[in-house]
Design a protein. Sequence first.
Length: 284
Amino acid sequence: MLNNQVYKIVIKRLTQLSGFQQKFLAPSVWQFMKQINAAFGHQHCYLCHQHSNQIVCRYCLETLLEDGFGQHLSASPDLLRNPNALKNLDTPNYDHLFAIDNYVWPIDKLVLDMKFGNKPVAAKALAMMFMRFVFWPCIERTSIAPYSPAPERACDSINAANATNGIPQLLIPVPLSNKRYWQRHYNQAQLLCDCLSIATHIPNQAIVRRVKHTLAQTELNKQQRIDNVYNAFKCDLIINAKHIAVIDDVITTGVTINAVCQAIKTRNPTIKISVWTMAITLLK
């Protein structure tokens, strides 16, 4: 790998310097290596911290599979067809629901790091796991509920292919309030959306706005959650797609994601919506 070759060359040059030169050059070289690492890949697995060219190493992925990670997908990849999920879910305003697994390790760690630990790189790990456990085996290969695009609509080759096999044509992040964006400096759903867009070659666009600041949903009951997000989102755009996916980090009752989808369907009543989330707390 290019990263390893650069590292070896730099270390070799450092060892040829005098102690005085190493003392003053080493910090700058270390910063340089961090930039190289950020540009060309990862030296360590995010979960086990062993050397890896991927953000989650093959060993960790295989271990998770052996431990039954993602086993809910074997019953029905679409959680709207899973009674254990549906019984705890607010009546959905969308057509499909996909998640990696319950809100358990390592998803809980990655989500907390991403949202509250100022570690946006965790979004890359979550997106990689979504691709490995959900998209490739359950969405790309199985073609759930295919549909035909409107004949008058012009699509590029990717969107045309997606329109025939049920893959969404556009990814949309759940919006963050301005206050929380100011505190966090990024929207975690947008980070996930960007990573998944790169991996799937599906474009993404933030077309839903949060028009009022809401309380954190964590400590609220279901009815309080519904009241909290009432009229909190707005979508003014008529979407030039038949099928979209709304991206979020965690679904607990589905109230927030419902409000987002309702805002989208107010302007786009016939659109098909899939929800891609990293974790759920519904399979109990």
